[in-house]
Design a protein around this ligand. Structure first.
Ligand code: AQP
Length: 374
């Protein structure tokens, strides 16, 4: 018997709704809740059927940088107040580029710790490792039978990553697994940076194909992207996005970098010709990137900041940006250092148990719809 769609009692943000203003600066991490409430985790993660659901994932393909934080994590934290939230460390996705096994194991844990230290609260959000919930891979296979090869070959991220050693079927079908991650929870919205727009469009295409063949079952998920910080650029090449897998470590600021490291990287950031500080992404990509970063960590608009600093030199702007990033990340870094690995793995294990339970409900429906035993 198919279960009906869950009722929704809360207003959903519009497609592309901006969360800026909702999260002007990082909140202190609820570390006390993470550690204090650990015994209750399993019982506490319950899906609230009256709220809209969101899902998002992050790859443990390296260390988490401020692009991930500004484009995704800070919004994940804010959304816990209004949505039924599911967040996942998508370790199967990380395998689409070559990984050293021992490093992948460590990176999974570090990623989980950053999520918790940033303010993801396991009492309010479901959080787990993707590979521990096989329903993601099962749905990926089924959706793969509906996926357009032409559409997949047009994905920008696929084309970019081919050069990084990604000549494999997994990289090609990455968007199908991402669609499965989202749809296995039947969520209404996905908070991501704007590098994921094509993948979300592809997910909606798969929803249409599935629903038209087997009957209305999956909601069409909306993308929620912040107004500022949706695409943070490399400090060394400000026309390319900041990325975990960039071989140049000085191109990104890690969420766990210490104050000296942050200041050094920002001082060495590539800037543009001329001396004036203006926000102009096409002509001044380096300065505009610094203004974007400063805007997220101060809560001020880029226009205000450009005005305020128009007469300062590039060097002064870099110092101000470094101060803001150091202050903004300090509570996250402190919380990260305080977390105990064993406690974190317990949270992740409890999350996987609950995620298997929830996603199996979807898979039972899907199997039945496509003609397999539910
Ligand atoms: N530079 C960025 N600016 C804003 N948002 C970003 N995101 C990633 N880079 C930026 C957002 O972070 C979330 C998690 O990303 P991911 O781990 O799924 O992988 P990604 O988008 O491919 O990120 P990276 O850092 O570039 O990793 P690699 O190098 O491994 O591919 C997503 O919501 C993403 O939008």
């Amino acid at each position: 018997m198919l279960r009906p769609h869950r009722p929704s009692g809360v207003v959903l943000l519009c497609p592309g709704a901006s969360l800026i203003g909702l999260v002007p600066s990082p909140r202190p991490s609820p570390i006390a809740r993470v550690l204090g409430g650990i015994g209750d985790v399993e019982g506490a993660i319950r899906s609230d059927v009256t709220r809209k659901k969101v899902f998002s994932g992050i790859q443990p393909s390296g260390d988490i940088h401020i692009g991930n934080y500004m484009g995704a994590l800070r919004n994940w934290v804010a959304m816990q107040d209004d949505y039924d939230t599911v967040y996942c460390v998508v370790d199967l996705h990380a395998l689409t580029l070559p990984q050293v096994p021992a490093e992948l194991r460590d990176a999974r844990l570090r990623t989980a710790k950053i999520l918790l230290a940033s303010g993801i609260d396991p009492q309010r959000s479901l959080i787990y490792y993707q590979s521990e919930v096989p329903q993601h891979a099962e749905l990926c296979w089924i959706l793969g039978t509906l996926a357009s090869i032409g559409h997949l070959s047009r994905m920008t991220q696929y084309k970019e990553k081919l050069d990084k050693g990604g000549q494999n079927l997994g990289l090609f079908s990455y968007p199908v697994l991402m669609a499965a991650d989202i749809l296995v929870h039947r969520v209404h919205a996905v908070p991501v940076g704007n590098d994921q727009t094509q993948h979300l469009e592809f997910t909606r295409d798969l929803v249409d194909r599935f629903n038209s063949r087997y009957g209305e079952y999956f909601p069409r998920p909306r993308q929620i992207t912040p107004g500022v910080g949706a695409r943070v650029m490399s400090l060394k090449e400000p026309t390319s996005k900041m990325s975990k897998s960039d071989p140049d470590a000085s191109s990104r600021i890690l969420v766990t970098d210490d104050a000296d490291g942050i200041r050094r990287k920002i001082r060495r950031a590539v800037t543009d010709s001329g001396r004036r500080i203006v926000y102009d992404v096409a002509r001044k990509p380096g300065i505009s990137n610094l203004l974007d970063i400063l805007a997220v960590f101060t809560g001020d608009s880029v226009e205000e900041l450009a005005d305020r600093h128009s007469a300062s030199g590039y060097g002064k702007l870099k110092e101000v940006a470094a101060d803001a990033v150091i202050a903004g990340l300090a509570p996250v870094r402190r919380a990260y250092l305080d977390l105990d690995d064993v406690d974190v793995e317990r949270i992740m294990n409890a999350g996987a148990v609950e995620a298997r339970r929830r996603t199996e409900q979807t898979m039972a429906d899907v199997r039945e719809l496509i003609g397999l035993p539910g």
